[in-house]
Ligand binder design. Structure first.
Ligand code: ADE
Length: 423
């Protein structure tokens, strides 16, 4: 343990050794981060930058924070979800990495808010957000402080939607890079990361066999696509629901059954919401579901399943069946519905989130984007921006290199051919 500890609020510093083992395991599977960390240690591009970060406090996040620290940054970190913190990792960050960390798994809303405030009290000049809770709190509760921030990053598409709404109202005071706009990250993170880890969360919690089960996936964005294809791979019959006709068509042409939720509600054994919107599973759906149906949310926020209606319909008839699994009985003759992880994002609340191989790209993008923002500080107007294409390409190149994959390059003649106008 380092001699003087940074400011913190974590569950138990005695868990630091276990957290270190987790972080080392993750780091082994994150070769892009290792490359970036070596360069950051030598060049120290984040020297003098105080970063406030709201992130899921996981082993992979520890690898990112270690890299930013190696690059010279001073870090203040809080959780981006009350249920996703790994207490061992949080202890490791404080005791061994000397990073100011405010995160405890299962923290109540008041402590969650206090932790966000603790990060803002440090007056960061760069923000790193995962769902927009940090930036929203800064702009709503401390608008005069928001102008101190030079720039920020936002990891999720849900966070980007919130940021755009803030920008549209004229209330966003600095530029934020929306990292989910990156092609490389979106492929790895949303499609492969969510696809695998959501099923991991459902299987860990229920031990259900997916072969032969009917899985209803709400939303066919990249997350929904990942979940639907992995569920099919495990032998499930998959029904997709959508509101966007183009995505619904894509799902149908990918060979999935597509229907309204009103119809799918009667068929599903397992429901997964992945829309980024509220009220996807509601009272009228619950009423017609099969007995024993499992409800899981893959979206960033716990608004996709109407938890208030579920509570009301159960009228107190609820019990805990297993960790992260709560049963609601809807009246004496109604179905018993099984809610996973309180309707919070199931892959992080009931499993370990995206695998490190995926976070290698997501957090590689974070690190390179923060370096770029620090270099170009003030160069962008307030608003939501895409990360530069050059960073996206560099990221894919680094990962391919680590995977030992070679690709071709265009010849001069091919470049000229593409650039020329051929009548
Ligand atoms: N978001 C999704 N998976 C994650 C992970 N493993 N660590 C941090 N943030 C995540």
């Amino acid at each position: 343990m380092s001699a003087s500890l940074p400011p913190h609020d974590v569950a138990d510093l005695g868990l630091a050794g276990l957290g270190q083992a987790r972080a080392e395991w993750a780091a082994e599977q994150m070769p892009v981060m290792a490359t970036v960390r070596r360069r950051f240690s030598a060049e120290r591009p984040l020297t003098g930058w105080r970063i406030g970060a709201s992130l899921h406090v996981t082993a992979e996040t520890a690898v990112l924070l270690g890299t930013l620290s190696a690059g010279g940054a001073e870090l203040f970190v809080c959780a981006s979800n009350p249920l996703s913190t790994n207490d061992e990792v949080a202890a490791f960050l404080v005791a061994e990495e000397a990073i100011a960390t405010f995160a405890r798994r299962g923290e109540d809303p008041e402590r969650y808010r206090r932790h966000v405030e603790a990060v803002l009290d440090a007056h960061p000049r760069l923000t790193v957000d995962d769902g927009c809770d940090l930036v929203a709190r800064l702009h709503l509760a401390r608008p005069s402080q928001a102008v101190e921030v030079v720039a920020g990053t936002e990891d999720t598409s849900t966070g980007a939607v919130r940021l755009r709404a803030l920008a549209a109202s004229g209330g966003l005071h600095y530029p934020v890079l929306s990292l989910s706009a990156s092609q490389t990250r979106s492929l790895a993170d949303n499609r492969h990361g969510t696809g695998q880890s959501v099923l991991d969360g459902i299987i860990r919690t229920t031990n259900a066999l997916l072969a032969g089960a009917t899985v209803v996936v709400a939303g066919y964005g990249n997350c929904g696509k990942g979940v639907a294809s992995r569920a099919r791979g495990l032998g499930a019959v998959v029904i997709v629901t959508e509101v966007d006709p183009r995505r619904a068509l894509e799902a149908a042409m990918d060979g999935f059954e597509v229907s309204s939720m009103a119809a799918a509600a009667r068929e599903g054994d397992i429901f997964v919401t992945a829309t980024g919107n509220r009220d996807v599973l509601t009272r009228e759906h619950f009423a017609v579901m099969r007995d024993g149906a499992v409800l899981a949310n893959a979206g960033q926020l716990d608004v996709e399943i109407d938890l208030g209606a579920l509570d009301e319909l159960a009228a107190g008839q609820r019990r805990r069946l297993r960790p992260n699994l709560e049963e609601y009985r809807l009246g004496p003759s109604g179905p018993r519905l099984r809610l996973l992880a309180e309707g919070r994002l199931v892959n992080l609340a009931a499993a370990d989130g995206h695998p490190p191989q995926v976070m290698d790209l997501s957090f590689g993008l974070q690190a390179l984007s923060l370096e770029w923002l620090a270099e170009t500080a003030g160069g962008l107007p307030p608003g939501v921006h895409e990360p530069p294409a050059a960073i996206d390409e560099e990221l894919a190149r680094l990962k391919l290199e680590a995977m030992g994959v070679e690709i071709d390059t265009l010849t001069r003649a091919q470049e000229r051919y593409l650039a020329a106008f051929e009548p």
